[in-house]
Design a protein around this ligand. Structure first.
Ligand code: ADP
Ligand code: MG
Length: 307
């Protein structure tokens, strides 16, 4: 299914002209898939070519255009080898306190991660893996040190900036799915988009596409209680990618799944990196998974080691 995504027609992300659109050259894009933003004739003919090549690709472009009000491609050119840093931690410390007793959890952690990688983090229970993931997801804050993700200095950001960061830059996948039990799969996936102020029709269309990407298009009206663990986790992944984040954080995403479902989930994460260019930072107990991916981190005594 991800093959649909791999083919980038023409081999470039620059399909649409960037030239200023003059009123005389504007056509209603309603002619193409019901889109209602202004497009040049060149843009429209390019989109028709893309439509002929890849229907799904076109749909996502259109939805992006509608959602963000500008021409924008979800899939960027993958061939360029970039060494951009995605995550940069410098001397990060975190302790918890109980009855004035200090429990140091993260101890002077520093590391850097380049973009478009599948990163695994392993370590014993209680070693601080979730704490680190929560700091990276801006759910908790570090006591000291610098935490930078895609150029966002989390330690210096305002609450408003952190909310935007959580809504736009990252997606989160949990061990126990955290789906709303009485909402259908499609509503669970569309919910973060509704909360961001995107209209119901666009949110639903995007959610439908995201569910197709995780091969659950046929289960979109099912509620979580009608789904297997593996299917629920695929819905969670669809929810995590529906707003096209740059980075996914996953805390023990296969911890509650059988081996076949775990394998499928790991394939989906690998596809997120390979086909969509999304970085994935994954915490696991499973040694096999911990040694898969591109970068393997190990946490022990509040320190990180790279294997
Ligand atoms: P892991 O995910 O590696 O199992 P955690 O990051 O969840 O570890 O927890 C690390 C340690 O910090 C544990 O000893 C845990 O009890 C403690 N801890 C985590 N969150 C809190 C908190 N909010 N208050 C106090 N202690 C906490
Ligand atoms: Mg944990």
């Amino acid at each position: 299914m991800w093959k649909k995504f791999s083919s980038s027609p023409g081999g470039s992300s620059k399909f649409f002209s960037q030239e200023k659109i003059s009123p005389a050259s504007v056509n209603s894009a309603k002619e193409v898939q019901g889109c209602d933003f202004p497009m040049t004739k060149t843009d429209m003919s390019r989109m028709k070519i893309i439509r002929a090549t890849n229907q799904l690709y076109l749909n996502l472009d259109i939805l992006d255009c509608l959602a963000y009000g500008k021409l924008f491609l979800m899939i960027t050119e993958k061939k360029e080898s970039s060494k951009k840093t995605v995550i940069k931690l410098e001397h990060v410390n975190k302790s918890f306190y109980q009855d004035e007793i200090v429990f140091p959890i993260l101890n002077d952690i520093s590391f850097e991660i380049p973009e478009k990688k599948l990163i695994t983090l392993m370590g014993p229970s209680g070693s601080g893996k979730s704490t680190l993931l929560n700091i990276l997801s801006a759910i908790e804050s570090a006591d000291s040190g610098k935490v930078e993700v895609f150029g966002n200095q989390l330690s210096q950001s305002t609450e408003e900036e952190l909310t935007i960061y959580r809504r736009k830059t990252i997606g989160i996948v949990f061990q126990f799915f955290h789906l709303f039990p009485y909402l259908s799969a499609i509503d669970n996936v569309a919910l973060p988009l509704y909360l961001s102020g995107i209209s119901k029709s666009i949110a639903t269309a995007k959610a439908k596409e995201a569910l197709s990407l995780v091969d659950l298009g046929h289960r979109k009206e099912f509620t979580p209680k009608e789904m297997s663990g593996g299917e629920k986790q695929r819905v969670s992944i669809a929810r995590a990618i529906v707003h096209q984040p740059k980075l996914i954080f996953a805390d023990e995403p296969t911890g509650n799944l059988d081996s076949n479902s775990s394998e499928m989930i790991m394939k989906l994460f690998a596809s997120c990196v390979k086909d969509l260019g999304i970085s994935v930072f994954l915490v696991t107990h499973n040694e096999q998974i911990g040694l898969s991916g591109d970068i393997n981190l190990h946490m022990l005594d509040g320190k990180i080691k790279t294997k």
